[in-house]
Design a binder for this molecule. Sequence first.
Ligand code: ADP
Ligand code: MG
Ligand code: MG
Length: 903
Amino acid sequence: MTSGTGRTTWVYEFSQGSKDQKDLLGGKGANLAEMTNLGLPVPPGFTITTDACRYYLEQGSTPPDLADQVTEHLSALEKAMGKTLGDPADPLLVSVRSGAAASMPGMMETVLNVGLNDESVRGLAAQSGSERFAWDSYRRLIQMFGKTVLDIDGELFAHALDEVKREQGTDSDLDLDAAHLEDVVGRFKAIVAEQCGRDFPQDPREQLDLAINAVFDSWNSERAILYRRRERIPGDAGTAVNVVAMVFGNLGPDSGTGVAFTRDPGSGAQGVYGDYLQNAQGEDVVAGIRNTVPLPELERIDKGAYDELLRTMERLESHYRDLCDIEFTVERNKLWMLQTRVGKRTAAAAFVIATQLVDEGLIDMDEAVRRVTGDQLGQLMFPRFVSGGDAQELTQGMNASPGAAVGKAVFSSETAVEWAGRGEKVVLVRRETNPDDLAGMIAAEGVLTSRGGKTSHAAVVARGMGKTCVCGAEELTVDTAGKKFTAPGGTEVTEGDVISIDGSTGKVWLGEVPVEPSSVVRYFEGEIDPESDEADDLVRSVHRILTHADSRRRLGVRTNADTPEDSARARRFGAQGIGLCRTEHMFLGERRQLVEKLILAEGDDERQAALDALEPLQRQDFLEIFEEMDGLPVTVRLLDPPLHEFLPDLTDLSVRVAVAEAQGHPDEANLRLLAAVRRLHEQNPMLGLRGVRLGLVVPGLFAMQVRAIAEAAAERRKAGGDPRPEIMIPLVGAVQELEAIREESERVLAEVAEARGVDVPALIGTMIEVPRAALTAEEIAQSAEFFSFGTNDLTQMTWGFSRDDVEAAFFHAYLDKGIFGISPFESLDLDGVGRLVQIGVEGGRRARPDLKLGICGEHGGDPDSVHFFHEVGLDYVSCSPFRVPVARLEAGRAALGAERAGS
Ligand code: ADP
Ligand code: MG
Ligand code: MG
């Protein structure tokens, strides 16, 4: 920001900021400012902006006027505190704390007690009346400063401290007295001198400036870079630096430090959650150096501070209208607030907390719907590990793809395939996976890797397949050749040992952790009545939030289902019809032979006979689906895949034929079949003879399917049902294709109506999945009563790559290089494929304002994509049954203008 005189403001007083300035002041600084302005007890201080950090990172030096601005603010701080930084008689001490816009817990550095030196340590002792406290603070400064600013290996300090403890025959810091700590300081200073060739800086201002630069530098520390890559945080945002007057939790038993949540971030339950450590400073709580006590104990230790803390937490909750997490310190019975932020929480807690806040009058139901995401709901639908059993927790890796998988550890793709083939459940364990592991990944219950992040091959491919995956479990040493891995503590897991992996938390166990179906799914299934006692808080919250989302959404939600069972389930899950009923599955199994006959038919009669045999089977399929979806639309897609998919594999068949010939009795039937397979073989089946093209060149094929639909509808009508078929033609690229099929279909529909004596109204429409269809939507709509965007094919054809080939081959590399942030098959590529959808919508509606518009690709269940489909004005999305609730929620959130979910 630039003030009137043209000078950039690099430094802000806490009282000048607010919680909405995270980008400039970082999350920590913005919230310190907010708390200051709420009148909460925050030690005074100031924030150096992320702008200054970016300047420093780009230019390699701080902005020229930064030092002056720091001086101004430091003087103000000194005045407010009545002390001078590092004053030998009565020093002001400060902490220098990192804090970026996005929370990166523990990734960057903080230095406490800046301002102490050989002289001021004595002043601090005199002022505080505690020599021990003063030397303890000094040794902490040298230790943190040495590590963070001077880049000295922290272990050297830790060892030196341990040595003194050992000499005193203790393993607790608290047993060291002032003289011992002075001794520690001496040893620390020696370490600094030896490691850096210079003495520990005695000038307080030099300490401050070096610490500020060190915080800037810590933005690019290895672990910070790694963390950002994994969490998809931009690498150029930079961190702010907060300079805060020190308050001391290490002044004695009437002091201490702690962390707290305003409610349980695991379950959402209300209560007092946190840890407290008496006579301690800063990081001691999380570092696990000494045992903390549960926060409720503070009531006994210091009732006054405890009561004020609870009041403050309430104040923060009602102000932020959300769960907050907090860092605080008690200095001689006085409470100080050192940090707060809207706290991270589990998916379950997100739902429970949202409705709790409604009941407490802090937010309304609209806001509750905005506060949860479809991703969170999706996580709640996976089967869950339940505690209990005697599995041994081994480690925690990255939660790359949710789910709970239990199986025998195997260390190669081949073994996974082989063992799974004989009915065993396996978990594939690799250092990292590559395209050669694909078969094993498909065969396994889950995948565990010791290397690679959330965009590694294992993670990307597992998510694409909906397979449980824990990746980057770096504590495991995987020895694939030796068929074993070693966990921390030396536990060895060898091939065949049962392990359990939790893709939602990243945890890994040796042994079988019991699983249970999610209560949320049981609720969707109708097994748990949300109003009954059987419903827990989670089910009740999900029910309330989804019901409200339903009342707000404009988008309809349908399902992709080809079986009566899936149709019924999807309807229970809230689907308002079928947006995609694929018919190719109905050609598999025993019916394959009929398809073979159709393909091998010589002459019209043979072909018609094959079709006539298929028709009643198809009719039965539709009948049952229409029954399950009675009163709701069912969009049936006519046959889409190339015919050779229903024939035996070319190589297999060639071998069979060759073997028969070699044995001297050639197999006539197989020979004919082989000729057909050869004839139908395609180089690029995805771009070959399929969809409407097939309908146009195989006489009677689509007519047979339409007849089956019409007959089923007629029968349902006669039985008093209300079937609502919609006939969908795949892969249309030109209106002429559609016109030809439409004519034929209308003729069949009329014939059936005539013959059965009932009306069989059916809409006829098309998929928009070839770019040309989107571009010529206006013409195509002349002949279509509805469009359904087939975003899977549309994505393949827009990018010019086939999903099956690319996901395993190079997607992880593309993701790593940042060519896309997320797979365009997972979340719609808005700029490219989305643009085509938009063109299709506009063209279609120009020609036919009442054109029904839907989407039936997998993106129909993806949270971000749902928001786009809402914005672009579709009537409905269609997705797999399990994604239906997710789509309902996101459609509601989209209507309420909630932010896209992101990831
Ligand atoms: P992180 O971002 O890793 O949490 P912080 O900047 O919050 O790092 O600081 C680390 C620890 O030091 C925290 O426990 C914090 O509460 C404590 N701390 C920071 N500043 C002060 C201060 N001025 N007085 C006392 N304790 C402080
Ligand atoms: Mg902190
Ligand atoms: Mg398609």
